[in-house]
Design a protein around this ligand. Structure first.
Ligand SMILES: NCC(=O)CCC(=O)O
Ligand SMILES: [Mg+2]
Length: 331
């Protein structure tokens, strides 16, 4: 096959006007690509702005329901919920995660009641419930114990599924938890509840504002490097994904987002399964800081970064900019 070359071939020809750029676009962002993470707090009529996440607040359950209506109206298909558990309900074993009337379950039921046609993804990990801010149970040396933690995560998952969660998203990075949760969901009659595995979750410096949002930043001692992945590694990410898929994950997530686009592309290429990215709190905060400093345009930064995830191979993105982006895109 012979290929034309300049001047017969000019790649700028198809870029010359908006109509032809639209015609040749290889990827498109749509409101249905977005999952909106929301933070729930106790009370009624409460809005608590999160200073490290400008523009993001914790809402009491009534406010979460109002946000769910906005999301649905903007064409967002799914919400991700995170609780800011009261201090006196946090404990070393995180048992509040198993309470059928905890904040998370009340929020799930209220949304399902008022906005039944939106999906609800729930995070499975103990950090919003533990007094030490780690994602699991600790031994005497402060090491997160894998297998004992899984037993609690199974209970947490079943509790969320019983309340109406549609997608269980284990973010804890324990080995073997996807298979254990899948088996328990099947046994308890939740065959259609999906699992989106946080398969490649890196021990990242980009999670700081999230820990403020769920109230664990002041509690956490040390780091999460004994269970979350080393940012140096990518072969290991493929092994993590392979295991979670073998254990029954319906979809996998890479987290954080933009610094790990190479991982997303490799996972998509290797496994050809639905891949999601979490554009995390620190990434959101960087965009907002750039806007506040007058060195970037919010709308353009938001749409370009989200489109980059689609180009890398994502089916969708969890982003705190979801409502803003969906409205820009127009449902
Ligand atoms: N398990 C959920 C998270 O850890 C979110 C992190 C972030 O947004 O920084
Ligand atoms: Mg794993």
């Amino acid at each position: 096959m012979t290929h034309a070359s300049y001047p017969a071939l000019r790649l700028r020809r198809t870029r010359a006007a908006a109509w032809t750029r639209a015609l040749h676009a290889e990827n498109r962002l749509h409101p249905s690509d977005l999952i909106w993470p929301l933070f729930v707090t106790e009370g009624q009529g409460e809005e608590e702005p999160i200073s490290s996440l400008p523009g993001v607040s914790r809402w009491s359950v009534d406010g979460i329901v109002a946000r769910a209506r906005e999301a649905r109206d903007a064409g967002i298909p799914c919400l991700a919920l995170f609780p800011n558990t009261q201090a006196d309900r946090r404990s070393d074993d995180g048992e509040e995660a198993l309470n059928p009337d905890n904040l998370m379950c009340r929020a799930i039921r209220a949304i399902k009641d008022a906005v039944p046609d939106i999906g609800i993804l729930t995070d499975v990990a103990l950090d919003p419930y533990t007094a030490h801010g780690q994602d699991g149970l600790l031994d005497e040396q402060g090491y997160v114990i894998n297998d004992a933690t899984i037993d609690v995560l199974i209970g947490q998952s079943l509790n969320q599924a019983a309340a109406g969660a549609d997608i269980i998203a284990p973010s804890d990075m324990m080995d073997g938890r996807v298979g254990a949760i899948r088996e328990a969901l099947e046994e308890e009659g939740h065959a259609n509840v999906q699992i989106m595995a946080y398969a490649a979750k890196y021990a990242s410096a980009f999670y700081g504002p999230f820990r403020d949002a769920v109230g664990s930043s002041g509690l956490l001692k040390g780091d999460k490097k004994s269970y979350q992945m080393d940012p140096a590694n990518s072969e290991e990410a493929l092994r993590e994904v392979a295991l979670d898929l073998a254990e029954g994950a319906d979809s996998v997530m890479v987290k954080p987002g933009l610094p790990y686009l190479d991982i997303i592309a490799r996972v998509k290429d290797r496994f050809e399964v639905p891949v999601f990215a979490y554009q995390v709190s620190g990434e959101y905060a960087m965009i907002e800081a750039a806007v506040a400093a007058g060195v970037g345009n919010r709308d353009a930064l938001v749409l370009e970064t989200l489109l980059a995830f689609k180009r890398a191979g994502c089916s969708g993105v969890l982003t705190y900019h979801a409502l803003h982006a969906a409205r820009l895109l127009g449902a």
